[in-house]
Design a protein around this ligand. Sequence first.
Ligand code: THU
Length: 157
Amino acid sequence: MSEKEINIRYHEYSSLDELQAQDRALAEEAIKAMQGAYAPYSHFHVGAAVRLSDGTVVRGANQENAAFPSGLCAERTAMFAAGANYPSKNMESIAIAGGVHGRLAKTPATPCGACRQVMAQYQTKAGKPMSVIMVGDGVIWKFDRVDDILPLIFDSI
Ligand code: THU
């Protein structure tokens, strides 16, 4: 038996101004995307913005439904829209922002497990790392690749 350890490296910023221009623009798009949330049950508004290889940005926001499993997270709304509308373009980065009643939360919005799995597959499809930016009010985290938020990714294809 040997004990192993997995280390995760990420970057923390205290202001959007500290981000690289492209990342900052994507984070701002995610914040704007929160306005598209339809969250009559949780009142938690989440926005996501995906940047494609040619610079195109596709937004998404969480969409809830009375039949609960029928709703969808902001991240998957954005990624599926990007995949459906720009099937030949790689997803390079995704930014996520969220907060109660549309007010950006202090703690960065962290994606759920299902959204991480979907990110992992689009990253595999692209054959290049997809960075993940989680935006909070005064705290921003950037992970350089999906592997860093989903260690030991399931990838059978
Ligand atoms: N939600 C997202 O949109 N993204 C996540 O990563 C986690 C949760 C949404 C789903 C639901 O509409 C609301 O936030 C509360 O869970």
